[in-house]
Design a protein around this ligand. Structure first.
Ligand SMILES: *Cc1c(COP(=O)(O)O)cnc(C)c1O
Length: 570
């Protein structure tokens, strides 16, 4: 009997994602997109939704981060063994790549909810003896290799994924593409539902576009151009041959270049951005398509630290599966909130003192900043005016940084190095540390252990952001540029504080750095520091606001209920 037998009886939503972050032991994610996928699947298991997820194995993970003496990032491959966590199925499928049959197998991992729900995740893998050594490596490295490696991975995910679901006996009622990496699945579906017409004068009439559109849901995740995969038709021809007629493909994916986002847009009846503002930005990037917005969330139970779990269990039982209960946060006594926070803060400060010799203490106002070191996230904005920073923060504020740069992103690596340099140069005046190897466990430690979560990307490039939502579940207010989810979560002085002007239609430009930095300094000096060191009840007021008004809303349970009602059931 197949381990999947009871999962293939009823039709499923198939959720396709290039990366998924369920836990650190399964290192098949690089950042926000993967964590979101993991949190999504955890919520579907809690809510007992009929879902199956499809992703790639990434046997060498993304990478483990280390540094040389100068603070320049070194990336090491991750070693892990899928057999420890997953079961290999006997079913196999193949896809055509450069004229060869590349064989694909699937490992099954079950995401199990404490409430009894379980959702299977299929990790597709080409590392099997039937394949050439080169093809065996195709599912090794997340976002590794060149565009040829990337298009091959996307063939395995999109086309291999649909074939594997079929082979395993799944019936699928919706295909949800989490970002454009999986768009080739639309072509495989066009083949599946080809109309049975004997002879037609126009060959494109055999493709049932409406049928496929009706089956597909597409979530776009970034307004950053580089985040949208594009392949030349020369590469397409070389790798995929005559898999799909190029003339028809060009009408769907672009005349000059195969754009994976366009392909998904043209073959999905429901398309959405991941925050209200991002929906609008995407709408102007893709005029002529209707772009909806479903704001991201996080999985509440995963991203609440043990200290707050205890408090919530006592005062707000049921919170994890019904985060709306956070609306009653006022029933928690102030000192219980404060004690839970101080316990979480001690965990973090002990960790940074142990690992970075940071010499920090739990009484100082502590700001945290951790994210991918993409340049638009402006990790060094805080250091725009060193003299001013020293004047404001010396002896009053300490800073903890973390985050990885993509191994080929030299600008990102130099940015990390510059933070090491600032930390060293300012050592006698302000405590600053950079914690290495940002991953999920560290993410929880940081977002629960700091006093304030700092976020200052260049507008409007942060589609949503989710780390700030983790902070809110642990009573940590956000201090952030009004972009992504924070436009919806921010109430000045109630849930946290804004940096810079209200969201505008302005294009990002150089002036924004100065304007935002000036506001960051002003508020840190005149609002955050006095509030933190003033009467404690005023600070706890904001902590409660962040739980009752932000954690209440920015969770994947609410998000998935919206996908169900707006995207899946139509
Ligand atoms: C939550 C999380 C992210 C995403 O955070 P953003 O705010 O979207 O940048 C990235 N990496 C890790 C390890 C996380 O836990």
């Amino acid at each position: 009997m197949s381990i999947l037998e009871k999962y293939t009886t009823a039709p499923k939503i198939a959720y396709f994602t290039m990366e998924i972050g369920l836990k650190d032991d399964i290192p098949t994610y690089s950042g926000g997109l993967g964590i979101l996928a993991g949190d999504t699947i955890k919520s579907t298991a809690d809510l007992k939704l009929p879902v199956v997820a499809v992703t790639l194995m990434h046997r060498k993970g993304y990478f483990t981060q280390d540094f040389d003496a100068s603070g320049y990032q070194i990336s090491n491959p991750v070693q892990w063994d899928p057999a420890t966590y997953m079961t290999l199925t006997t079913e196999k499928v193949s896809v055509r790549i450069e004229g060869r049959d590349v064989h694909v197998q699937a490992w099954i991992y079950f995401v199990e909810s404490l409430r009894g729900g379980a959702v299977p995740v299929l990790y597709l893998d080409t590392d099997m003896p039937e394949n050439t050594p080169e093809d065996r490596e195709l599912t090794h490295q997340l976002y590794g290799g060149d565009t040829s490696y990337r298009i091959k991975q996307e063939i395995i995910l999109g086309i291999g994924g649909v074939r594997m679901l079929r082979e395993l006996g799944f019936t699928v009622k919706k295909y949800h593409m989490n970002e454009g990496h999986a768009s080739f699945l639309t072509l495989e579906l066009l083949h599946e539902f080809k109309k049975d017409i004997e002879s037609v004068w126009d060959e494109s009439l055999i493709w049932d576009f409406e049928k496929v559109k009706d089956l597909c849901v597409f979530t776009t995740h970034t307004p950053v151009e580089a985040g949208h995969d594009r392949f030349s038709y020369e590469l397409y021809g070389k790798v995929m041959g005559d898999y799909f007629p190029e003339r028809v493909l060009k009408a769907l994916a672009g005349d000059d270049i195969l754009n994976m986002t366009m392909l998904a847009l043209n073959l999905s009846n429901f398309v959405n951005g991941v925050a209200k503002k991002h929906g609008e930005v995407s709408q102007s990037m893709f005029p002529g398509y209707r772009i909806n917005a479903i704001t991201n969330g996080i999985h509440s139970y995963t991203w609440t630290c043990e200290h707050f779990k205890k408090v919530y269990d006592k005062y707000l039982p049921g919170w994890a599966n019904e985060p709306e209960i956070f609306v009653r946060v006022e029933t928690i006594p102030d000192d219980e909130i404060w004690n839970a926070h101080m316990a979480a803060k001690k965990d973090l400060i002990d960790y940074v003192n142990r690992t970075c010799n940071a010499g920090m203490d739990t009484d100082t106002l502590t700001l945290g900043f951790a994210r991918r070191f993409a340049t638009y996230k402006r990790a060094n904005l805080l250091f725009s005016d060193i003299e001013r920073l020293i004047k404001i923060a010396a002896g009053k504020v300490q800073f903890i940084f973390a985050g990885k740069a993509h191994p080929r992103d030299d600008a990102g690596k130099l940015l990390i190095q510059s933070i090491f340099n600032y930390a060293r140069d300012l050592r006698d005046k302000i405590k600053i540390c950079f914690v290495k190897n940002y991953k999920m466990d560290l993410g929880l430690l940081l977002t629960s252990g700091v006093d304030v979560w700092l976020n200052n990307p260049l507008r409007p490039l942060e589609a949503s952001g989710t780390s700030g939502m983790k902070a809110t579940h642990n009573g940590v207010p956000n201090f952030s540029v009004l972009d992504g989810w924070w436009i919806e979560g921010h109430i000045e002085g109630y849930t946290g504080w804004s940096i810079g002007p209200a969201p505008t239609e302005l294009e990002p430009d150089e002036k924004m750095n100065d304007i935002d930095a000036a506001d960051l300094y002003d508020k840190l000096e005149n609002v955050l520091i006095p509030t933190y060191y003033g009467p404690r009840k005023n600070w706890i007021f904001v902590m409660k606001g962040t739980i009752g008004k932000n954690a209440y809303y920015f969770n994947t349970h609410r998000m998935m209920r919206r996908y169900v009602t707006e995207a899946y059931i139509r």
